[in-house]
Write a protein of this length. Structure first.
Length: 305
């Protein structure tokens, strides 16, 4: 476990100084990653999104999904199986079925209503979407809550025509990064404990936390639902011991808050600044952006550090 003080070197990067071994390892890379620069209010939810889809009018679905028919190789490619060229080979080799029948004819056209299968698994040709939101406080993560003043979907309602879902959750009072997608396989991978998707939180406490308690959180504490430890923990500022950076892989409910509450501290503010290799840099509070192709590839490959 890594504990220590969070300091800034000349390049502006923080290093976690291990008091026992003299080694250093980064906890939270930049101070700018820790604090949202913009306050958020309800009016911002109706503002123009940070990006627009060129040539795609509001409310119009993606052409690859909306078109009445498309070539089978394109359908297979859109489903994420392989490239169109490789899809041609699968079709030629009789590995693709349409509505229960093997299809080997090049140029065959299908629609999204057809039952297209590869290795007996039905394919979905809907375009995969990946959107990163910097969630504001007092916004609930549930998709539809009649009792909530505002949900995340109120902010994302114009983000894309596809139906997207949150990867994990943040409680109402917690701010920061949350990923939305219609890629069920990736969502499952990112939330499964065995894949250990890294999360880093900036924690604001009601009082200064002692170095002994930092060590205790690093070594592990016993909560009502089992033992838990921080993968890395340090002070954010040398002079302010009420602010802590915590790295953790667990996705248990309210786990960061409960860890500090167990030792007698109250979490005043909690902000997720890092999730599976993604940071909130360039995303003001209450705003969102699409992931880049490079980020998507990295997520799918499991390179999340």
């Amino acid at each position: 476990m890594k504990t220590g003080r969070y300091n800034k070197n000349k390049s502006g990067h923080g290093r976690d100084e291990n008091r026992r071994g003299g080694k250093s390892a980064p906890i939270i890379k930049r101070r700018s990653q820790l604090e949202g620069k913009d306050d958020f209010n309800e009016a911002q939810a109706s503002e123009k999104p940070r990006f627009e889809k060129k040539g795609n009018k509001k409310g119009t679905a993606d052409k690859s999904v909306q078109t009445e028919s498309m070539r089978l190789n394109r359908y297979v490619s859109n489903a994420g199986v392989c490239s169109r060229r490789d899809a041609d080979e699968l079709i030629k080799n009789g590995e693709i079925t349409v509505n229960g029948k093997v299809v080997t004819e090049m140029g065959t056209k299908v629609s999204i209503q057809d039952d297209v299968r590869y290795k007996d698994e039905r394919l979905n040709a809907e375009k995969k979407v990946y959107i990163l939101l910097n969630k504001p406080k007092d916004v609930v993560t549930t998709l539809d809550d009649p009792h909530a003043k505002m949900t995340v979907m109120d902010i994302l309602k114009e983000a894309c025509p596809q139906r997207i879902y949150p990867v994990g959750r943040l409680d109402k009072a917690t701010t920061g990064l949350i990923l939305f997608t219609n890629d069920g396989d990736l969502a499952k991978k990112l939330t499964h404990p065995k894949h250990k998707a890294k999360k880093i939180y900036h924690v604001f406490l009601d009082k200064a936390i002692t170095a002994r308690h930092l060590d205790q959180l690093a070594n592990g504490v016993s909560l009502e639902d089992g033992d838990i430890h921080a993968d890395a923990i340090s002070y954010v500022e040398k002079e302010d011991k009420t602010q802590v950076g915590v790295e953790i892989h667990s996705g248990r409910n309210r786990i960061v808050r409960r860890m500090f509450e167990h030792l007698g501290y109250k979490v005043i503010k909690l902000d997720r600044v890092f999730f599976a290799g993604l940071t909130k840099q360039g995303i003001p509070r209450g705003k969102y952006r699409e992931l880049t192709p490079k980020e998507i590839t990295r997520l799918k490959s499991g390179f999340w550090s």
